[in-house]
Design a protein around this ligand. Structure first.
Ligand code: 5GP
Ligand code: SF4
Ligand code: MG
Length: 462
């Protein structure tokens, strides 16, 4: 998912949020929503669909003028369905006022928290982890009479990945889980016109905000008329920022924790060229995330880079479609090779990841149909062996091809002439500019920074 927030009295906060969400659209395409605080209450508009489908001039106008707004684009993770109830922001009532919450990440202790809240008389509709978090914050704020306390107590009880923005009628809050699993950054509008919070820096760029810094793990930041106030709401734990953000999820023009995503991808390609060289005529990348890595591979190997696969830019991210049938159709709709370039050539094809293997299998077949003499697949992430429980949909072990086949078996099944994955050390080495070296790599190693409770693990470790 993607989250965005702005505190800027005197600005069109709903519109700025709409632009911010458009820049974060790659992080989720199932639903979009905006909530605006106007000093006395919070109102929202949300629906299934892309940002431009959900928000037109009339919808934006309906949100009215405000001092603060937050927004969300949703990508549903395992088991989740696209439903209106699950669209965010989630609104909670606190006595006679309202708050709105938007969440990126996945909590692992939702069942436990939900049971507790129901016990204490709360009503839940969507049943998602994000709704549970919104209700928990509302519940705890009612008890402590201070929103900051409510958020802090909630943070003490939430386990898993959360980068959140919250709007009250008059203030913006942003907070990040103590491991810093999902990204969240702070920016400032020119001439002191206000503050912006975004999942990625590309959301700051689009509204003309200047990057200030990232939200720290366990930190809560509040923006009001008095400016920005920070507190360490919960003690930080060992840093475990999602390494997959750099491989696939984030936009290449974003900078996460000091590391440019584009430069990281290019470095991954260079490193992979050293780790897994092959004699070939051309290097090409699978659009979009494979392309910078292909440039890097070409740079380090001397094999010329070329375009060779055209992507239909009106088709969304195939992986994000919730069913296998939709995914399989999606790949065919999205990618088309250029026979005039690749016919008769030995190709090195760079992709970001292999999860279930659908993309690679279809792609290799398409390239062969287009006349490629050889297809050597090179992947800039290690074998995905374990499911993600922190907000990226990598399914059960049963569905992860690398968890069920040897490298040779995968190469045969996919139909490539050779197949190689970057090493984990190689991937880490591509992130030298990050302000830390604490990355979550659980989907490659099974070493989960936040323990997975049995009720969640059961279904997925099959
Ligand atoms: P597969 O077809 O092997 O199941 O999926 C891998 C492909 O899906 C890659 O080409 C990657 O670009 C794309 N993809 C889309 N969303 C995701 C995601 O959330 N995680 C990963 N690892 N790959 C994704
Ligand atoms: Fe990211 Fe993988 Fe960790 Fe999930 S398990 S947070 S995808 S590194
Ligand atoms: Mg891809």
């Amino acid at each position: 998912c993607g989250v965005f927030g702005v505190y800027a009295p005197g600005e069109d906060v709903a519109r700025l949020t709409c632009y911010g969400l458009q820049a974060l659209q790659h992080r989720g395409q199932e639903s979009a929503g905006i909530a605006v605080g106007d000093g006395s209450t919070v109102i929202e508009a949300k629906d299934l669909g892309l940002v431009t489908q959900v928000f037109d001039e009339a919808t934006l106008a309906g949100l009215g003028e405000g001092v603060v707004a937050i927004g969300h684009v949703r990508y549903s993770t395992s088991g989740g369905k696209a439903s209106w109830e699950a669209a965010q922001p989630h609104i909670s009532a606190i006595d006679d006022t309202l708050i709105a919450l938007a969440h990126n990440g996945t909590l692992v202790n939702t069942n436990h928290l939900r049971a507790q809240l129901i016990d204490e008389g709360e009503h839940l509709r969507a049943g998602t982890d994000s709704e549970v978090a919104a209700k928990a914050i509302g519940h705890l704020t009612r008890q402590t009479h201070h929103l900051r306390e409510g958020i802090r107590y909630a943070m003490e009880n939430l386990e898993g990945a959360y980068a959140m923005v919250l709007a009250s009628p008059e203030a913006l809050y942003a907070f990040r889980d103590p491991h810093g699993i999902r990204p969240l950054c702070i920016g400032q509008l020119p001439e002191g016109r206000g503050w912006v919070v975004s999942s990625e820096t590309c959301g700051l760029d689009i509204v003309g905000a200047e990057y200030v810094r990232d939200v720290e793990p366990g930190e809560m930041v509040r923006f009001t008329a008095e400016g920005m106030v920070s507190e360490q709401a919960v003690p930080p734990r060992p840093r475990a920022s999602c390494i997959f953000e750099y491989v696939y999820f984030a936009r290449p023009d974003s900078v996460l924790d000091g590391q440019s995503v584009y430069q990281a991808r290019r470095a991954m390609g260079r490193i992979l060229a050293e780790e897994a060289p092959v004699e070939a005529d051309l290097v090409l990348g699978v659009p979009d995330s494979g392309v910078p890595a292909a440039l890097g591979y070409s740079e380090a190997s001397g094999v010329p880079f070329t375009d060779g696969i055209v992507k239909n830019r009106y088709v969304g991210r195939t992986f994000i479609q919730p069913t296998q049938a939709m995914r399989q159709l999606g790949i065919r709709l999205k990618l088309n090779p250029l026979p005039s370039v690749i016919s008769g050539k030995r190709l090195v094809v760079i992709d970001d990841s292999i999860v279930r293997g659908n993309t690679s299998k279809k792609l290799v077949q398409m390239l062969r149909d287009a006349g490629a003499a050889e297809v050597h697949l090179r992947i800039v992430s290690p074998e995905v062996l374990w499911p993600c429980f922190y907000g990226i949909d990598t399914d059960t072990r049963e569905q992860l091809i690398a968890a069920n086949m040897t490298l040779e078996e995968m190469n045969d099944w996919i139909g490539s002439d050779s197949l190689a994955f970057i090493s984990l050390d190689g991937l880490r080495a591509s992130l030298a500019d990050a302000g830390h070296d604490g990355f979550c790599t659980a989907c490659f190693t099974g070493d989960y920074p936040v323990p997975i409770p049995d009720d969640v693990a059961k279904k997925s470790f099959l």
